[in-house]
Design a protein around this ligand. Sequence first.
Ligand SMILES: [Cu+2]
Length: 479
Amino acid sequence: MNRRLFLQHSALTAASAVSAFSLPRQSLFAKETKFAKQTNASVIDMTAKPGRVKIVGPDLAATEVWGFNGQVPGVPIRIKAGESVNAVVGNALHVPTAVHWHGIRLPNAMDGVAGLTQAAIQPGESFHYQFTPPDAGTFWYHSHVNAYEQVGRGLYGPLIIEEESPPVVDRDIVWMIDDWRLRKDASIVNDFGSGHDKSHTGRIGNVPTVNGRYRDIFKARSGERIRLRLINASNARNFALTFGKLSPSVIAIDGQAVKPFSVTEPIVIGAAGRVDLILDMTGEPGSMMSVVDNFYREPFNLIKIVYEKEPLRDSALSSPIALAAPTIPEPDLSNALALEVNIAGGAMGGLRQAKFNGEWMGLREIAQQGYVWAINDVVGNKLDMPPLIDTQRGRSVHLTIHNETAFPHPMHLHGHHMKLLSVDGQQPLPEPHWVDSPLVMPRQSVELAFVADNPGKWLFHCHALEHHAAGLGALVQVT
Ligand SMILES: [Cu+2]
């Protein structure tokens, strides 16, 4: 079996280091994780505004965040396949904002990239987003204005589109995983977009959370079958999760169904990525276990699972877990626009010069403007630059991305899904599958293809948000 996808973090240990901030010590949360409220209303009111959230513990100081309706994660959106998202986004912040619906194949004008697809929503103003997602699955939404600060302060939430006939489970749970850079008093360290974060691995925090809570407890029952939707909302932290003796089955990646396969290796979820699991809770009643992250050098317990004393049933369910196959058009590789995409720059990257505003410039000079990355020797510092890809609607595009840097890059394409064809020349696990934010590890080459069937100018960028802010972005134009 090709374990590359799930072990691709192994090359990382030398290149990355978790932030020097130490983890605060405090009690675990006692209560079960629950979202404040499910949204069923036809029009969703979601206002970006400051809020106070107990992140580090129920008895400790609250953290001043920015959240949609003041909460973290933001107001949850859960609709059925075929239904529309109809959201009025207000802005009660003192800065402009906008909402990007991550992974949704939607009309360009609804994509939420301020300065490209819409004007930013100014303080006191609102914007009405309306679209019908073509795919069921696990998606999310987040700010796309100064995202490295606004997402880092909590402006994100889950967007779940339920299948017409989903697999039978006892509970359908969302874990939005994130990490925060907090001081001992639980306040956010206000060093967003620092030169170090931009040129190294991105903003890695010291307080990893599940649904906005550090070291939470998740209660489960023996015999229970859970669909767990993992969404990585971190600025830049990647996760590689293990579930003790449980044997999770992966049923979807980046919102799109895959042929179910079970894993014992760590499950890698790059920044902005999603993985849907079926978890059969086979532990003993009354026992407990930890979900452990192994991506970086120091493993840590992300969340504790505690079994209730009463089992739900004696043996695991055996009903089918496969989701319906995705309905994304297959790219035609025999007639595709082929492009090599070289990612270069950053610390220890060896990039000497690149094109900045159309002129060749030395990296030192470029760094003085706050940029350190380039795609095909072009620094992505503006939204009105010439596109990396300019193609007619309906054409297949075949990309080979080479990461020539010392850091991982989750490369997100807006408005489309791409088929992950190979990783370092080998077939990905379990087979070629659809992605919207593939994690490309240092020195890795990743082959992708998609049909450019969605007209507009779309962003193609690194979702380590500090990297994007420092030039790791380009445009794909479909006309
Ligand atoms: Cu990056």
